[in-house]
Design a protein around this ligand. Sequence first.
Ligand SMILES: Nc1ncnc2c1ncn2[C@@H]1O[C@H](COP(=O)(O)OP(=O)(O)O)[C@@H](O)[C@H]1O
Ligand SMILES: [Mg+2]
Length: 263
Amino acid sequence: MAGEERSVKVRIDNVKRIFNTRNGEMVALNGVSLDIMENEFICVVGPSGCGKSTLLNIIAGLLEPSSGKVYCDGKEVVGTGTERGVVFQQYALFPWMTVKKNVMFGLNLKGIKGQEAEDIAMKYIKMVQLEDFINHYPKELSGGMKQRVAIARAYAVNPSVLLMDEPFGALDAQTRTQLQSELLETWEKERKTCFFITHDVDEAIILAQKVIIMSARPGRIKEIVDINIPYPRTQETKMSPEFLELKNHIWSQVYQEYLEVRK
Ligand SMILES: Nc1ncnc2c1ncn2[C@@H]1O[C@H](COP(=O)(O)OP(=O)(O)O)[C@@H](O)[C@H]1O
Ligand SMILES: [Mg+2]
């Protein structure tokens, strides 16, 4: 019987990125190639400074590669686009807009206005359980709530891929765990393609179907680890022997790279 046919959502083809710094040229990424398949949840881990954010920003179209190319749905990425939604660690909400207006912002940009935009915004505000806060401003919300708004805003425009750069990195452990569970639930329902950066190995394994381990600078893909733990996954999954085995392996690989950085 034929296997499940899945198409390539994002193709990263031999990407290199050089930065000009005070100390001359610095190669941040080199020879990075990766196919992100449709509906896939990929997490990227690696030591600080290995180029994770650089790679995400190149996929988002916020940075250009020095050489190599990125394709989304077969089209070369040039600049940002609504088919690629981004969530950053810092909430990046408009402080002068209410929760509802923040979520509606991207819809308006897409030309969706009025009642239709409100209805879509409300659907995603409900998804992140903030329906009692639609008229609140960001400064009236906790860190976890702000990040929920950012996630709702990213989902609302229905991008074909979600790019998340340590979205839970600034949150306390309990809130982080809560948002992981919510994101898992949402992903299981919608199977939206996700490219998620974290430095937390537990977070990577609980969420992802594949964990990409990046090497110390210049950033390269060191290893791709398949996470064959069935969904639905819960916080108890973190106690299972298969989880702990993966954690040991990935953690030691990342730690080796961390030691490289310190040399
Ligand atoms: N705009 C920039 N100009 C110069 N150097 C940069 C710039 N952005 C990132 N870098 C450097 O590139 C390397 C990779 O950075 P980054 O992608 O942010 O790493 P990570 O997200 O893995 O911590 C780091 O050494 C960083 O200092
Ligand atoms: Mg980063």
